[in-house]
Design a binder for this molecule. Structure first.
Ligand code: ZN
Length: 306
């Protein structure tokens, strides 16, 4: 005779077996194993891209969801023929991630990225990648806000309740940041698939807290903000930290987190990076929010979890 508890256990085992068999029969296992193709671009940056690109790549690799390639542009001052050879084939990928902040890309590469994203591809912008290309109009539409002067364009913050506050150019500060510190992140759209299940407020590992970002700021959907305290050289306002913008059929997700490799090791940053990349690439989020996650009072680095 078996107890109710045992029956429950065996019942669960049976249900799991039936589930696996039916998944195999329906081919869902094969589909789930299909990797999402990501291209990371680096090669010039006022940040240590040789150190940070491996952190971005290993964050994506660790999920088992992606197949990640890295393409490195010619260095600053390299001759035109080197740039003529730089023609990444974006359409071989589901999303592109930029860790690049440097010289303008050749026009064919710019056009190719515009077509890729407007055709439904994903684009992820990390930290100083939003400093790049002030002269590239379509790029500025894709990122919405970049590291630009106050005279460049609109500024976006939120009020305490997360309501968007738009300021015209020359109103308020241009781009900057105070001293690096740990700071609290407030999730502003918990319905968005990237943010669903992420705590409403959590501590981010030491980073630059960007403020006064400027740009066309059209169609912006703010996913998270951080309060920029005067005491650390900030603006006394809630500055956007993560946002997304539709561009044609594609999506662009920008996170201004990620100054150093240590900032990128924040479990919160890594979760948003991986889920955000999956979302802009496939329109779905299947990657879970880790059980160990920073809280409103305690930051958490992947170095503390290992
Ligand atoms: Zn930085």
């Amino acid at each position: 005779m078996i107890s109710t508890e045992q029956r429950g256990f065996f019942g669960t085992v049976l249900a799991v077996i039936v589930g696996i068999v039916s998944l195999m029969a329906s081919g869902t296992c094969t589909q789930a194993a299909e990797a999402v193709r990501i291209l990371i671009i680096d090669g010039q940056n006022n940040h240590d891209w040789r150190k940070t690109t491996p952190v971005l790549k290993s964050c994506l690799d660790a999920t088992g969801r992606f197949k990640v390639d890295v393409v490195t542009t010619p260095g600053n001052g390299k001759p035109a023929e080197d740039w003529n050879a730089f023609r990444p084939k974006f359409t071989d990928y589901d999303a592109v991630m930029s860790n690049y902040n440097g010289q303008s890309w050749p026009e064919p590469v710019q056009k190719s990225l515009e077509e890729f994203v407007s055709g439904g591809g994903g684009l992820v912008i990390v930290h100083a990648a939003n400093n790049a290309f002030p002269e590239w109009a379509e790029y500025n539409k894709m990122i919405g806000l970049g590291w630009r002067g106050a005279d460049y364009g609109a500024r976006v913050t939120t009020d305490n309740d997360g309501k968007l506050v738009l300021k015209e150019k020359n109103q308020g500060p241009g781009a900057g940041h105070g001293s690096q510190h740990d700071f609290a992140v407030i999730v502003r759209d918990r319905q968005n698939p990237v943010m669903a299940g992420i705590p409403a407020e959590w501590m981010h590992v030491k980073d630059e807290l960007y403020h006064g970002q400027r740009g066309p700021a059209a169609n912006m959907n703010i996913l998270a903000t951080a309060f920029s305290a005067k005491s650390t050289g900030g603006t006394d306002e809630h500055e956007p930290m993560v946002w997304w913008i539709p561009y044609g059929k594609g999506k662009v997700l920008t996170t201004v987190f990620g100054h150093g490799d240590y900032s990128m090791k924040c479990v919160g940053f890594q979760t948003i990076l991986a889920r955000g990349t999956e979302w802009v690439a496939t329109d779905k989020v299947t990657l879970p929010v880790p059980a160990m996650f920073p809280t409103a009072t305690a930051k958490l680095s992947i170095d503390d979890v290992k």
